[in-house]
Design a protein around this ligand. Structure first.
Ligand code: ADP
Length: 463
């Protein structure tokens, strides 16, 4: 068996006072940008405030959306940038920044190729809510995408000897003569100033910052979050302090299927439904098209009056989503040898659940869901025991708002002019997703715009 790869962060004593590029944040966007910038000949540094590398990217489960890929063709799926664009726009309530969306969709296949060139193969496909075809790329092991990508990108960072420091928190961006010239940071050895030709905000969102959330969305008080504790919106606040514009700050995504009966929250990825799971209420009955957009599925669960709902699936579906092994290992999954036994263990009416599953299986057989008009995630029925349930409820998951950028990832000021030397990519950016992010689009955003940021910082530093 191959030895398990372990990344060792750079010793703090090696932190220099100057780099070509300072990258703030070690999630998908920061790591991708660092590798891309390095390949173009720049010397980047990655600064991460937490001890743990990888941010919320670590927690992403479903996959990476992309259209017109060779992987899709190998699966006999003929897709188009246009459909990817239209469906993302529809899912985002038409509020998406259309220039960013166009760039995003049209560079998605290139990003899959770029990953493949770096031995990061996403050659299996699944589907997420709001998409009409399988365009969510994931590893053939069907492992959750986030941990896989962070590990694989860190292999590239290690091979390129790009310095990555943990426990270094950037607290100020410094402008001199109308351009960003350095950052100030706090480390275990005190405060430091690091000069940089360009700075990338790859700091993620603010789903773990209750004060900032309630400033924009006081209705979300009391919701739990799926985010890691470092997702506090620092990048947005740092950029605003030097005049950057923030957009869509009130657009916060609540994820519909989060297990929260323990002292931790566990997001149960959309792939479980994408591969065939249904959702039932306390009465053991379906109540929604499970693969409607996150916004609509959340609203339907909230309407149940605070009880949450139950994902119901079988062995065949479980075999398609490796993350379920983990959910089961930590005790989130109930298992029954028959649907009736599962119902009893879950606290649902056995006759109702049995009837619900039978009706659903018929809908799958006929490829027609008369009850809720679900049209995707119907490749397999719920027929092969054992049968499983997971209790879920909505939780704060993703912040669609953030700093305004142009398609060159340059951060814009209040007058929508680029701030010289300041770039942003990933969840810290606002606008791409409109009022609802589609599953599989956040990982895609980090890779597509992370690459773009690496390239544009190079270009900026050439002149
Ligand atoms: P994305 O998906 O956009 O790449 P992630 O949430 O995966 O975003 O990663 C963002 C990372 O940035 C997290 O690991 C977070 O801890 C880190 N971060 C946030 N604010 C700061 C800061 N002020 N200084 C250094 N790192 C930060």
């Amino acid at each position: 068996m191959a030895e398990k790869f372990q990344f060792i962060p750079t010793e703090l004593g090696q932190l220099r006072s100057q780099y070509d590029v300072v990258i703030i944040g070690s999630g998908g966007a920061g790591l991708t940008a660092a590798v891309q910038a390095h390949e173009l000949g720049l010397s980047p540094v990655i600064l991460e405030k937490m001890d743990k590398i990888g941010g919320n990217t670590n927690r992403a489960s479903s996959g990476m959306n992309a259209a017109e890929t060779t992987v899709q063709l190998k699966h006999h799926i003929v897709d188009s940038y246009g459909d990817f664009y239209d469906e993302t726009l529809k899912g985002g309530g038409g509020l998406n920044n259309q220039e960013l969306l166009k760039f995003f969709t049209e560079h998605s296949a290139l990003a899959i190729d770029w990953l493949a060139e770096h031995h990061i193969q996403l050659d299996d496909l699944t589907i997420t809510g709001g998409m009409s075809v399988m365009r969510t790329h994931r590893p053939s092991s069907m492992a959750p995408i986030g941990g896989f990508l962070v590990t694989e990108l860190l292999k590239q960072v290690a091979a390129a000897e790009i310095p990555l420091f943990t426990g270094v928190k950037v607290d100020e961006l410094v402008m001199t003569d109308n351009q960003i010239t350095s950052v100030k940071a706090t480390t275990a050895n005190g405060k430091v100033t690091i000069k940089a030709g360009a700075v990338l905000l790859a700091t993620g969102g603010f789903g773990a910052n209750p004060a900032l959330l309630s400033k924009y969305r006081d209705d979300l008080a009391g919701y739990q979050t799926t985010n890691q504790p470092g997702a506090t919106g620092d990048g947005i606040l740092l950029a605003e302090a030097i005049g950057a514009k923030a957009v869509d700050m009130d657009q916060v995504q609540v994820h519909p299927t989060v297990q929260q009966d323990t002292d931790h929250t566990y997001l149960i990825g959309e792939a479980v439904r994408g591969e065939g799971a249904i959702l039932v209420d306390q009465n053991g009955q379906r109540f929604v098209n499970e693969l409607d957009t996150r916004k609509n599925v959340t609203a339907a669960i909230d309407q149940l009056g605070g009880t949450g709902a139950y994902l119901i699936f079988d062995r065949g579906i479980r075999d398609r989503v490796k993350a379920v092994e983990f959910y089961d290992y930590i005790g989130l999954v109930k298992t029954g040898n028959s649907v009736a036994e599962l119902a009893e263990l879950t606290g649902l009416d056995a006759a109702n659940l049995t009837a619900t599953v039978a009706t659903w299986n018929q809908a799958v057989a006929q490829q027609q869901d008369d009850q809720f008009e679900r049209t995707t995630g119907m490749d397999r029925a719920v027929t092969t025991g054992p049968f499983y349930s997971i209790h879920i409820a909505p939780a704060v998951h993703y912040t669609m708002g953030g700093v305004a950028i142009n398609t060159a990832t340059q951060v814009l000021n209040q007058q929508e002019q680029p701030i010289n030397g300041l770039f942003a990519a990933g969840e810290v950016v606002g606008g791409l997703h409109g009022n609802n992010r589609i599953g599989g689009n956040s990982i895609a955003e980090t890779i597509i715009f992370g690459r773009q940021a690496g390239q544009q910082m190079f270009k900026y530093l050439q002149v």
